[in-house]
Design a protein around this ligand. Structure first.
Ligand code: ADP
Ligand code: MG
Length: 567
């Protein structure tokens, strides 16, 4: 029985026409989405030469009868929506009815399909949009689409294809997103004859992440508390502090089962992780957002990569809060690979009791230390080892604390608060220092006098390549003024252009606290207690501003396990 019918013209024009086949990866994405819509539980994907020579997507989904196999190649033929108003409630991945005809019009195309209930399958061969043959054929239940010589009839488009490596990387990345969106579907991906991923059906997102990227990657993530709001749900995994990348390739945002590019999420991640990642780094994540269909419009981008959110603020806020909670989770020392089934639980250590969860705050607010009671007395100071590592005993286990990273965190948050309030204390020099600087650093300083002043530097250009230093940040008062300024200017100048006014101040705070922390190592009981107390009052106590851990915890149960004691 035919499942496909032609859309009325009105609807066809509501479904904005667009270029679906941007590059081989977009084509792979369309085909795999069709397989998912067809209810597949296994999907086999193959490509050769970056996809320009050969792409094949096979599934064990519902298949098509002969009539549908022909009809699906007509423009705006879809089985997924019937009226214009259906468009507002699309649950399926596809709905435009454009992908197959578009693909078939720019390639040598072969469709083989069989419904499970039917004995014979159908094969349709199309070249450049022209149907060349239709015949009955033996085929496994499901659908296979093979696309050869993409853009063979459009030399101009073919020229725009990038190198094979680049196109392959796009394909693999797009498949990663889809695999993370549908953990319950098995995927097998081959490239130029070699298997690059064989993902069995996974019972949880954690297992899919592990199968896809390995345990090491999973250990960099923390499972967020599921957030449920009005018509909206957020779940998934977010980076622990320090686990970012220069690109956003490991930021996966999946909305209603569809990997999307979502500026609102990117923005709140940027805000939430400011101060725990290196500048220019983006936190890795796999986020699943479920949203009521009337809160989101999927039909704004021809490849459905972007969506329009009716209430971006909801998602922004939820992501920000989730990230902040994820960041206050302490880092566990993970030495054993947990069993797959228990992964999710094992990777979500609760914060030690002394840490009170963050208060709600708006994403726009700058970090402020919430009024937490100092809980340093939960930790007993056992001694110091190496170059400033404190050994502490807590209620749940042994804690190693890097006093340098801890001081950096404390100074950084202190300084950021001061900078935001415009009151960063400055240590006036009794005798102003006149220093000479290399011309590039000098120019950088002169360009940033206001920002430097906000951080506690009082400076005046003093002719030529010299500067007069009248005050330096109080927290770095032990530093030699000229050296301090020089180190900061050269680090920040070398780091390149900074996007916004706020970021330069944050970078300054980070630099100053790094240099100043080196002078502050606590070695005795009172000093250690003070340091731990101050650290626990910080908003993000578990990482230095550049993302290094401040504490590593070995739980007693882990020690028991390691020593082979029965539990
Ligand atoms: P859309 O997905 O937007 O409906 P497509 O051009 O991608 O448009 O596909 C057209 C129709 O072909 C789909 O609506 C579906 O009925 C059918 N189809 C495509 N791929 C498959 C598949 N792998 N298995 C079963 N049916 C398919
Ligand atoms: Mg489709």
């Amino acid at each position: 029985m035919g499942k496909i019918r032609l859309l009325p013209d009105v609807v066809a024009s509501q479904v904005a026409a667009g270029e679906v086949v941007e590059r081989p990866s977009s084509l792979v994405k369309e085909l795999v989405e069709n397989s998912l819509d067809a209810g597949a539980s296994r999907i086999w994907i193959e490509h050769a030469c970056g996809g320009s020579r050969f792409i094949s997507v096979r599934d064990d989904g519902c298949g098509m009868d002969r009539e549908d196999a022909l009809l699906c190649l007509e423009r705006h033929a879809t089985s997924k929506i019937r009226t214009g108003s259906d468009l507002a409630r699309v649950r399926s991945m596809g709905f435009r009815g454009e992908a197959l005809p578009s693909i078939a019009s720019v390639s040598r195309f072969r469709l083989t399909t069989r419904e499970a209930s039917s004995d014979a399958g159908t094969e349709v061969i199309v070249s450049g949009g022209k149907v060349e043959s239709v015949r009955e054929i033996g085929a496994p239940a499901g659908t296979r689409i093979e696309v050869r010589d993409l853009f063979y009839n459009l030399p101009a488009r073919r020229k725009f294809l990038r190198g094979e490596e680049t196109e392959s990387a796009h394909i693999v990345h797009s498949l990663q997103g889809i695999a993370l969106a549908s953990p319950s579907v098995a995927f097998e991906c081959r490239r130029d004859g070699c298997t690059v991923a064989a993902l069995p059906r996974a019972e949880s997102l954690a297992v899919r992440i592990r199968d896809l990227f390995g345990n090491g990657h999973l250990a960099k993530l923390v499972e967020i508390d599921m957030f449920e709001g009005e018509g909206f749900r957020l779940a998934g995994f977010l980076a622990r502090s320090g686990h970012g990348r220069r690109d956003r390739l490991q930021q996966f945002v999946i909305l209603n089962g569809r990997p999307i590019h979502c500026p609102a999420v990117q923005q709140s991640l940027r805000e939430a992780y400011s101060g725990v990642l290196q500048r220019g780094e983006h936190p890795i994540c796999v986020l699943h957002v479920e949203m009521d269909l009337d809160l989101v419009d999927c039909n704004v981008h021809p490849a459905k990569r972007e969506v329009r959110l009716r209430q971006p603020e909801t998602i922004r806020r939820a992501v920000f809060d989730a990230a902040r909670r994820a960041l206050i989770r302490p880092r566990q020392h993970l030495e054993r690979i947990p069993e797959p089934v228990r992964i999710a639980a094992a990777f979500v250590p609760e914060p030690p009791q002394g840490v009170i969860p963050l208060q709600q705050e708006s994403p726009a607010a700058r970090p402020e230390a919430p009024g937490k009671a100092p809980q340093a007395d939960r930790f007993r100071f056992m001694g110091m080892v190496g170059d400033g590592y404190l050994v502490l005993e807590g209620d749940e286990g042994l804690v190693l604390l890097d006093s340098r990273a801890a001081s950096e965190r404390i100074l950084f948050e202190f300084l950021m608060r001061q900078i935001v309030e415009g009151t960063a204390p400055s240590q006036r020099l009794l005798i102003p220092a006149v220093v000479e600087m290399p011309s590039r650093e000098h120019a950088w300083v002169v360009d940033h006098l206001d920002d430097l002043r906000a951080a506690g530097f009082h400076l005046e250009p003093f002719g030529g390549a010299t500067l007069k230093i009248e005050g330096i940040p109080a927290s770095a008062a032990e530093r030699e003024p000229g050296r301090l300024l020089h180190e900061i200017a050269s680090t920040l100048r070398a780091a390149g252009k900074l996007p916004r006014g706020q970021d330069i101040r944050e970078a300054l705070a980070r630099s100053v606290s790094r240099l100043a922390a080196a002078d502050k190592i606590a070695g005795d009981q009172a000093g250690a207690r003070r340091l731990v107390g101050e650290l626990l009052r910080c908003e993000l106590p578990y990482a230095s501003p550049s993302g290094r851990p401040t504490m590593i915890q070995f739980s007693f149960s882990e020690l028991d396990r390691k020593f082979g004691r029965a539990t």
